[in-house]
Design a protein around this ligand. Structure first.
Ligand SMILES: Cc1cc2nc3c(=O)[nH]c(=O)nc-3n(C[C@H](O)[C@H](O)[C@H](O)COP(=O)(O)OP(=O)(O)OC[C@H]3O[C@@H](n4cnc5c(N)ncnc54)[C@H](O)[C@@H]3O)c2cc1C
Length: 489
């Protein structure tokens, strides 16, 4: 029953708005997660609930509800920050293959990697002679890296004028950044790295399960270490994160299927390219009903018709009206704005052949699906432009080729471990699907002049292909620099 004697003004303060942090200094992540979870059944304020939840009570709650009854979303309120150091880039790729987390990694663009900064796989411990060859191959890649940096620095000093106000240190730093950025291409996937990870306990559990289910020993050990350290923050929520037979079996099944149906899994491709080559980008699928789908999504939101009815009307509207609807919806987009969610209904599928360095930049985009093939030396490599301009192509080749030879030998023992020897210059195929909304973000960010050169070219080509088939969707895409072929005024 409502109290009809209250004055209307009394309602202003009845339930006043309160917004405040539940502080991780006062409460553990698991206590915070319980305080949030309990609001679904308890009337009190969050801070009142939190006061009643001891660490032990939180553990009991999670055991019962999250682990026992599978209410996994509760674990999303417990957040873990993990510092991960001296792990190979190959293993870090697997750790980072989780969309709902955040990462910042030591950059090979801005730092010169120290000598012998590479991982030696345990897979070779029973093969001492091969292990020696592996170590020698990595050492020689790192030595080649240093020499190439020196060579590129000489070239850059000769060809790059100093800016009037630039001091010695700043000038050297500027050139060194360019040299490092281009010469990192010879570093192998075995190169060590540090990465800061912020993830909620649900994502972390998934990440651990993937790592410990991996066929690579380093990834299994990394998964175990992440679990051990993660438990210091969320002792209950990732307690049972463990190997998942399904994950472990999936790649074996796929490999078996590929062989059974005669899809070769590793042969030096006939079209293998070495040296600086044009980016290979194919638009393999795109949505021929995209215009109708997008217009329908835009009109659906604020009508009370069923989707079938909206669709019929959208078809009747004809292309001109549909285009007008799309144009109106993008006209107000600012340079940093993302289009609304309706733009997620249109998809593009691309196949890229990216060098491993570019691939590592590309896969940071978490709103897409990507399916990379294993790292291999079979598709050749790209020589970075400054190395070519400095006339150091043959030095580059002499650095990379011996590692390729050892790659094939290690592959005989362990195809997974052979990937450690693939350099950042080597090409990798990846199929990826992303929607129109993400394409705005991707194209804006990765085709700008500030983007890394290795990713910029393929992204420009992807954008050219997408705009080629559906120019009408990109009329209001705000780019910092438009390419010459841009079809819109
Ligand atoms: C694996 C990995 C390693 C990285 N390493 C570095 C590094 O070493 N140095 C560096 O400077 N940067 C690093 N980053 C950041 C990286 O450059 C950007 O994340 C990347 O360019 C993708 O752009 P984005 O985050 O804007 O969006 P996308 O991942 O493409 O997603 C599109 C949009 O979705 C939203 N979104 C996606 N994921 C999240 C999330 N978890 N939380 C909140 N919003 C989200 C954002 O609005 C984002 O703009 C790394 C990112 C990842 C994923």
């Amino acid at each position: 029953m409502t109290d009809s004697t209250k004055e209307p003004g009394a309602y202003d303060q009845l339930y006043s708005r309160r917004i405040y942090p539940l502080d991780a200094h006062d409460l553990s992540e698991e206590q915070i997660a319980v305080a949030f979870a309990m609001t679904s059944r308890r009337p009190e304020a969050f801070d009142e609930i939190a006061e009643q939840v001891s660490k032990e009570k939180a553990a009991d709650f999670h055991e019962r509800w999250v682990l026992g009854y599978g209410h996994a979303s509760v674990a999303e309120h417990a957040v873990v920050h993990l510092a991960v150091e001296n792990v190979s880039r190959l293993a870090v790729d697997t750790l980072e293959d989780n969309r709902l987390a955040s990462y910042t990694e030591k950059s090979t663009r801005y730092q010169v990697m120290p000598e012998d900064y590479f991982y030696v796989p345990e897979e070779l411990s029973q093969h001492q002679a091969l292990k020696k060859e592996y170590v020698a191959a990595c050492q020689s890649l790192f030595q080649g890296y240093r020499k190439l940096i020196d060579g590129c620095m000489d070239y850059l000093r000769e060809t790059t004028p100093r800016i009037a106000s630039e001091r010695d240190g700043a000038y050297r730093m500027r050139l060194s950044r360019v040299a490092t950025d281009h010469c990192r291409a010879v570093l192998p996937a075995a190169t060590l790295t540090n990465v800061g990870v912020t993830a909620n306990a649900r994502t972390l559990e998934h990440a651990i399960a993937k790592l410990v289910s991996s066929g690579l020993i380093e990834e299994q050990l990394l998964g175990g270490a992440v679990r051990e350290q993660g438990r210091l923050i969320t002792p209950t929520l990732i307690k049972y994160a463990d190997r998942v037979d399904y994950f472990a079996g999936a790649s074996t099944i796929q490999l078996d299927q590929a062989r059974r149906y005669r899809f070769p899994d590793e042969e030096p491709a006939a079209d293998a390219v070495s040296g600086a080559s044009a980016p290979e980008v194919k638009l393999v699928h795109w949505d021929r009903k995209g215009e109708e789908k997008l217009a329908a999504a835009l009109l659906y939101r604020h009508s009370n018709l069923s989707y079938d009815d909206v669709w019929e009307r959208v078809i009747d509207l004809g292309p001109e009206s549909r285009q007008a609807i799309i144009d109106e919806s993008t006209a107000g987009l600012g340079a940093h704005d993302a289009p609304t969610r309706e733009f997620e209904v249109v998809d593009y599928t691309f196949e890229f052949t990216l060098d491993y360095g570019a691939y590592r930049e590309f896969k940071r985009h978490r709103m897409m699906s990507y399916l990379p093939q294993p790292l291999t030396v079979a598709h050749g490599y790209k020589i970075p432009p400054v190395v070519v301009q400095a006339g150091l192509e043959s030095e580059f080749e002499q650095t990379v080729r011996p590692a390729e030879d050892v790659y094939w030998k290690v592959r005989e023992v362990s195809p997974l471990a052979a990937q450690y020897l693939v350099t950042h210059a080597h090409n990798r195929r990846v199929v990826t699907k992303f929607n129109l909304r993400e394409s705005y973000h991707l194209f804006k960010m990765r085709t700008s002049e500030e983007a890394h050169f290795s990713i910029r070219e393929p992204m420009l080509e992807a954008m050219r292909l997408a705009v080629g088939v559906q120019p009408q969707f990109f009329r209001n895409l705000k780019l910092r620099n438009y390419p010459d072929w841009w079809p819109h005024p």
